[in-house]
Structures are given as structure tokens and as C-alpha cells.
Design a protein around this ligand. Sequence first.
Ligand SMILES: [Zn+2]
Length: 267
Amino acid sequence: MSGNREKGRDSSARDERFSVNEYLERIRPLAARVGFQMETFAAIGPYGLPVLVRGGDMEPLLYLSTGVHGDEPAGPLAIERALAADSFSYDFGWVIFPVLNPTGLEKGTRETEKGIDLNRDYRYLRAPESRAHRELLATRNWQFHAALGLHEDWEARGGYLYEHNREALPNPCQALLSVLEENVGIDASGEIDGWPTTSPGLIHPPSDSGLRDHWPEQIYLLKYHTQMSYTVETPSEFDLERRIAAHSEAIRVFGDERVWIEDRRKS
Ligand SMILES: [Zn+2]
């Protein structure tokens, strides 16, 4: 989850063990086979922080990240699946961060091993992970057409979506909601993560970084690197396979030009 609900859960209750270095060894050949360059841009203890780039100077360019919270394994596993299925669209360039919190993923904890929630750290940069991530993005000076974040939520009863799109640009919102509906159902609550839903499963927290002290990753991206951001959330209580399917399908439709349509909700 990327918003206000802080309650993680001890993942030892579930057998969703995640070995970061085994994962990185698995995705390396998959990424190379479909034309991605995989680089390590920082070292966090025994782990490298990876970035996958294909068509990095292309326009439009899409951003994808996950593995920010270590008790949310479906996002990184969905990237592995999407690489294996060659389902990253060739209509866009891609910059992908599959594992931003390796120590948390290894331990199955929301925070890093130092106890830092990276998704509150993009302003003050207490953690080396977020510091290195921000520095890389600034150095490359990437501007993205849109950003997609993959998260999971222990309190959700179905899938839901955060949207930041102040200019009401053509977007894949409806397609992403359909993917969630088909794979994990939609969380029908009238309020999710403290925000009222504007339609089933859709929330619009404020995008303005000036309103928040502790910036989530997507709020930082909206300030410097993109105008549009979507965060897909799957319910952690559901079977892992369904959550991976939801996220990998979200990746596929996010890169499908045909789903980027005019937004009629705001007319
Ligand atoms: Zn999360």
C-alpha cells in the first residue's frame, strides 16, 4: 500500500519467501532476451539495486517501479513474468525499478532492514535506497509520459488504483481497473486508505508535494519527472498467483497504446 495505512503484517504467517539475489539472477537473462539493459546503480549490503532500461532515449518513455515495500512480493514477481512473456510494449521506452527495497523483500518486512518506509522517504532521503534512486533519476534527467507503481495492501478487499492526472490527459485508467476487476475483483469500499473513492476502486489523493512532509515515491515523481502517475494495489490476503496475474496484466495494458484514451469522467 502506498498511502496512510501503515499496518504491515508479519509475513512469516505466510510462505511467500523472496530471495533477492536468486530473483535478480532469474530476471537478468529474461531481461537481456527482450532487449533490456540491466544495470546496478547502487549496492545495499549484499544486494545490488537494479534498473532495467529499453529505449531510454525514446519518446514516450514509461516508468515502472515496485518492490518498495518488502512484504509485497507480487509486483517484482509480475515483472519477472512480464519479461518472460515479452509483454513490455515496444511502442514505448521503459525505465524499470523491480526491487527498490531488497533488504525488506528478503526479510518480508514493509520497511528496510533499518526500519525506514521508503515510500515516505523521497523528500528527506534518510535511506541509501531512496537517495541512490533519486540521484540516478536526476542524473539521467528522465521525463516520463507516465509512471506506474505496483503495490499490495493487507487491508484491501479487492484491487484498487491511485490516480494522479491533473491535466486529465488520455490515460489507461479504465483498462487498469478492468484488469483488477478480472483478476482480483475491485475493493468496493466507499473510502480506501482514508480517501473517498471517485468511482469503484479509484482514489485521487492530492498530488501536490507542498501539502505533504514525507513524500511517497509517486509524489516525488510528479514533482520532477512526470505529469501522470498510477499505482495499482492488490489485496495481500488473496492467493499470490492471482496477485501476480493482476500486476503482470497491468504492466501489459499500461504499454498498450490503444488503452490510452480520452478521459470523459472529468468533462
Ligand atoms: Zn506498498
